[in-house]
Design a protein around this ligand. Sequence first.
Ligand code: SF4
Length: 153
Amino acid sequence: MAYRPTPQIKTTAPALAEVRAVYEELAARPIERSCEGRTECCHFKLTGKTPLLTKGEALLAAKALRAAGRTRVPETTNEASGACPMLDARNRCIIYESRPFACRTHFCAAAGGPYSRREVLDLIRRLEVVDFQLNGTGPHALGVALREALLQT
Ligand code: SF4
């Protein structure tokens, strides 16, 4: 079959709708995980992992950040632990409903451990298609991705 590139889109609304649909489908999957909001996985220097966001995810998170009254990525609440800048002073995620895919799949051991890539590969592919449609350049670390996205929201 001949290669046919995915058409680019001119507005972000359909892209953000697709990102939300991916998140909803993930939540509907019969895989035993239960995030209890412990935020252990939100301390990147402790876990050794920083969430990577595709462009659609970053735009959705940036929109949520603006809705929370922020116009820039906040300073981290704990430099030593590498606390995610989305954690507020009470250690809660300020964009929880719009948190990126990685935050939904890289669960801590207490929540049942991370998804295997095989379990969610189809959803990752859909996020990659959105990234391409938005002229993204692939996944970027949370802070960088959010700062760039804020310039466009
Ligand atoms: S975006 Fe929210 S859930 Fe994800 S690492 Fe940051 S604080 Fe945690």
